[in-house]
Design a protein around this ligand. Structure first.
Ligand code: PSU
Ligand code: MN
Length: 304
């Protein structure tokens, strides 16, 4: 039987043997981090997982075929080529055209779930943009997680978004949000936001137990594990607030809309912060990859 996507040998073997696997997205590499740090990061995220005995599955579409698990050349391509940014709705178009694209949290979650992967690490998932009552700009990351059984480890959502509206939408969409060692929802570069969470856990085993109950009681939706950056690694809040306002004004001034908004803001903020936001972005993503590895390991242990 042929599948419409390709699962790498290492990922296929790990899944078949119920060993831990963590999905990694490619949009953070292609559109969220500047070159050449993006390539170093892609390689490092995979290495963090391998050192923990977890198989990495970086996901992207290459030459029309969704790839679940990239080889070194694939990782190089997502970091160095000018790739399209694909959400779920773009996948059939990119595939039919034989084109290549980086996958967002939504598209990565969708493809990972199709392949049977249950845990995914990103930096920060997308959400409701500020001004969405006029622009209707809400990331398909949210609606996809309403119908996709995957556990996403994220440092909350980026403070460029409307965090309150994002949390409300996740409630409406019935996507559980669990703080990891915190009862405060993180805001990406900062450990906290103004919003508290109803639920928190302290261990990966607790997340695996929630995944198990979700399989029994849920309707096939995902789970968001909100993993805050440690306080000593966060961005200075005053600097953060200043650069954030500047970036939002610049996006408005430049008339950026649609899927260009998030990459524009992230790269603007890297420049305007003199690179500080980049270091924090990398630190929080590394933390998320480690926690996702622990969760995948705890999940695999339930299936021994
Ligand atoms: N987290 C990061 N960097 C990123 C993103 C998340 O640290 O670049 C990407 C993810 O791929 C996410 C996307 O799905 O931003 C959201 O884009 P949009 O707002 O257009 O849905
Ligand atoms: Mn959008």
């Amino acid at each position: 039987m042929t599948t419409p996507f390709h699962v790498s040998e290492s990922v296929a073997a790990a899944l078949a043997e119920h060993r831990p696997v963590v999905a990694l997205e490619s949009t953070i590499i292609s559109h969220g981090l500047p070159r050449p740090r993006n390539h170093e990061a892609a390689v490092e995220f995979e290495d963090i997982l391998r050192s923990a005995g977890v198989t990495p599955a970086t996901i992207a579409v290459l030459d029309g075929v969704p790839q679940i698990g990239l080889d070194a050349e694939g990782v190089r391509r997502i970091a160095e080529e000018e790739l399209a940014k694909a959400s779920v709705r773009d996948l059939p178009i990119i595939a039919a055209a034989g084109a290549s694209a980086a996958t967002t949290v939504a598209a990565t979650s969708h493809l990972a779930a199709l392949a049977g992967i249950r845990v995914f690490a990103t930096g920060g998932l997308g959400g409701v943009h500020r001004g969405a009552r006029d622009s209707f700009d809400e990331s398909a990351d949210l609606t996809t997680l309403a119908v996709t059984p995957i556990t996403v480890v994220s440092a909350g959502v980026k403070s460029v978004l409307d965090i309150s509206a994002t949390l409300e939408r996740l409630e409406t969409l019935s996507v559980p949000v669990v703080g990891y060692g915190t009862t405060v929802f993180p805001s990406f570069w900062l450990r906290e936001s103004a919003f508290t969470l109803d639920w928190s856990v302290d261990t990966a085993a607790e997340v695996a137990a929630i995944m198990k109950s979700q399989d029994a009681l849920g309707h096939g939706q995902g789970i968001i594990v909100a993993n805050p950056i440690p306080l000593d690694q966060q961005w200075d809040p005053a600097d953060h607030d200043r650069v954030l306002l500047e970036a939002l004004a610049a996006a408005q001034e430049a008339g950026v809309t649609g899927k260009a908004v998030t990459p524009f803001l992230l790269l603007y903020i890297v420049e305007a912060s003199g690179g500080r936001s980049l270091e924090v972005n990398l630190d929080l993503a590394r933390n998320n990859v480690r926690v996702a590895g622990d969760i995948a390991t705890a999940w695999a242990a339930l299936h021994d």
